[in-house]
Design a protein around this ligand. Structure first.
Ligand code: ADP
Ligand code: MG
Length: 266
C-alpha cells in the first residue's frame, strides 16, 4: 500500500506531465494554424512570382556581369581568349541551370512528398558561393570557410542552397550599402549533438531592428531599394518546417551571425 503522501506526489507528477502535454499540443496547433495561413497566402500566384523574382535577381545580375566583362575586355583589350569565352559559357550555364531549378523548386515547395536526398553540407556551401562569387569578388568581400566537421543532412538540395544564398546575399548587400572597410564573411561548419551547424557571420555592423527576430517576418525589409522581405521568411520556413531544423540570428561583435542547425543524417 502506498502512503497518502506517496499517492499525492504521484498525482502531482501526473498533473505536471499533463500540463506539459497540453501546452505542447497548443503550441503545435498554433504553429500548424499559422503555417496553414501562411501557406495559403503564399500559394497565390502573385506571391509565387515575387519569390521567383527574388531568387532570380541575383543570378540575373551575375549573368549580366559575365557578359559585361567579356564586352569590356573586347572593347578595352581588343579581344578575349577561347579559354575566357569557355569560362564565361560555363558560368552562364551554371547560372541558367540554377534559375530554371528555382522555378521547379518554388512549384514543388507547396507539393507534399517530394524526394529528400542526402546532402553534404560543405558541397552545398561551395555551390551557393559559386553562384554569388563574382559579386563577392567585385565588392572585395573575403569569404573564409572553416570546416571542423562536414556532416550529412537530409533535405531538398535547392531549398537548402536557397537558404544559404539568401543569407549570403543579405550579408553582401549590407556590407556594400554600409560601405564596410575590409568586408568579410566567415562560414563555420561543425557539429553539435545531433545537429549539423552552419554559422554565417559578417562584419557589416549587425541587424538594426528590435526585436531582432522581426527580420524573419514576411515582407519585412529595411533600407533596401528593392527588398521583398521574403528571403529570410522563406529561409526559416524551409529550415524549420521542411528540414526540422532551426534558423537563428544574433548580433555579434562586428555584425550579424546566422545559425542554421539541421539534424544530421546517419
Ligand atoms: N547580415 C545582415 N546584416 C544586417 N541586416 C540584415 C542582414 N540580413 C538581413 N538583414 C535585415 O533583414 C531584412 C530582411 O531580409 P530578407 O528577408 O532577406 O528581405 P530583403 O533582403 O528583401 O530585405 C533586410 O532588409 C535587412 O534589414
Ligand atoms: Mg534578402
Amino acid at each position: 500500500m502506498k502512503s497518502l503522501e506517496e499517492e499525492n506526489l504521484l498525482l502531482k507528477e501526473e498533473i505536471k506531465t499533463l500540463k506539459e502535454k497540453i501546452s505542447k499540443e497548443i503550441e503545435t496547433n498554433y504553429r500548424k494554424d499559422k503555417l496553414l495561413f501562411q501557406q495559403n497566402k503564399m500559394a497565390s500566384m502573385g506571391e509565387m512570382l515575387g519569390n521567383i523574382t527574388h531568387q532570380w535577381r541575383q543570378p540575373l545580375m551575375e549573368l549580366s556581369s559575365v557578359t559585361m566583362e567579356l564586352q569590356a575586355k573586347i572593347e578595352l583589350l581588343g579581344g578575349v581568349s577561347n579559354e575566357e569565352i569557355l569560362e564565361a559559357i560555363k558560368k552562364s550555364n551554371e547560372l541558367t541551370k540554377f534559375m530554371s531549378q528555382t522555378i521547379d523548386d518554388f512549384r514543388n515547395f507547396f507539393v507534399k512528398d517530394r524526394e529528400k536526398i542526402e546532402l553534404k553540407v560543405s558541397e552545398q556551401i561551395s555551390a551557393a558561393i559559386n553562384i554569388i562569387n563574382s559579386s563577392f569578388k567585385r565588392n572585395n568581400i573575403k569569404v573564409e570557410i572553416i570546416v571542423a566537421k562536414n556532416s550529412k543532412i537530409h533535405g531538398f538540395r535547392n531549398e537548402y542552397c536557397q537558404v544559404l544564398i539568401n543569407i549570403l546575399s543579405n550579408a553582401r548587400q549590407e556590407l556594400v550599402s554600409r560601405n564596410i572597410k575590409e568586408p568579410k564573411i566567415i562560414i563555420r561548419i561543425f557539429e553539435k549533438d545531433e545537429y549539423s551547424i552552419v554559422e554565417i557571420e559578417d562584419n557589416a555592423g549587425g541587424i538594426k531592428v528590435e526585436p531582432i527576430n522581426k527580420i524573419f517576418e514576411p515582407f519585412f525589409t529595411k533600407d533596401k531599394a528593392n527588398g521583398t522581405g521574403m528571403g529570410l521568411f522563406m529561409s526559416k520556413l524551409i529550415v524549420e518546417d521542411n528540414m526540422q531544423g532551426k534558423l537563428l540570428v544574433k548580433n555579434v561583435e562586428k555584425g550579424a551571425k546566422f545559425i542554421i542547425a539541421i539534424p544530421k543524417s546517419n
